[in-house]
Design a binder for this molecule. Structure first.
Ligand code: DX5
Ligand code: ZN
Length: 219
């Protein structure tokens, strides 16, 4: 079953209330919270995403899917656990070694959230294999993390299918989430490759009726 996680990265200040209510009504499966610290990636959305996610917590029961693009993962887990997200995903590339990856996985679980590991386009999919038994989702970035509105990198399709093949072979229960440049055209290809959670920001927020796009992406 395909799920859609709407990225709120580009939701304009002042328009957040109406946008979040409209997304709640459109039954997005998740709100995708793009946390950027201005170090791991250039943009800094940290405070903004803290505000937006606390607001969503107040007005909606729909789950939050927090995507940490930060260097200080531990602090971000502490800060964003306050909104009790359904899942917290951190970047493999932000960890110094295997011990730190395991430590972050356990720390997220201690906060009561499910765990995701994200990998950037240049990171080999094999690098995440050893952690799969301990996490709930692998987020394959289909653009360079750091901003919305980019074009999907088609080389990522083989990465998605490699992961799909691997989890089927090893009988691992895990969600494959893709993030960046997902629209009605590219959605077909990433679903075919094996993704089951699609993150979309621009494609949904640019639409006049969010529900139409969300339902279309899930087909
Ligand atoms: C990029 C973020 C993505 C992005 C998706 O660093 O992780 O979630 O906001 O936006 P679109 O769907 O516009 O590519
Ligand atoms: Zn994201």
């Amino acid at each position: 079953m395909i799920e859609v996680s709407t990225s709120i990265l580009t939701v304009e200040k002042g328009k957040e209330a109406e946008t979040f209510f409209a997304l709640e009504k459109s039954k997005t499966d998740y709100f995708h919270i793009d946390v950027m610290d201005g170090k791991f990636v250039e943009k800094d959305t940290y405070q903004n995403m803290l505000e937006y996610s606390s607001y969503i917590k107040r007005i909606s029961n729909l789950p939050m899917d927090v995507h940490l693009m930060v260097t200080d993962i531990k602090k971000a887990i502490e800060d964003f656990s306050a909104v009790e997200p359904n899942i917290i995903t951190f970047h493999l590339e932000a960890c110094k070694n295997k011990e730190e990856v395991i430590e972050m996985i356990n720390f997220i679980k201690e906060q009561g959230s499910r765990v995701g590991i994200a990998i950037k386009p240049e990171t080999k999919i094999e690098e995440v294999y050893e952690y799969l038994p301990y996490i709930h989702m692998c987020l394959i970035m289909t653009v360079e993390p750091g901003k919305g509105g980019q074009t999907l990198i088609t080389d990522m399709l083989s990465k998605i299918s490699a992961l799909k093949t691997h989890i089927e072979k090893d009988n691992i229960e895990i969600d494959i989430e893709v993030d960046g440049g997902i629209n009605l055209k590219t959605a077909e290809r990433v679903k075919e490759a094996g993704a089951n959670i699609l993150v979309a920001g621009t494609a949904i927020l640019a639409a006049s009726d969010y529900k139409v796009i969300i339902d279309e992406l899930k087909k």
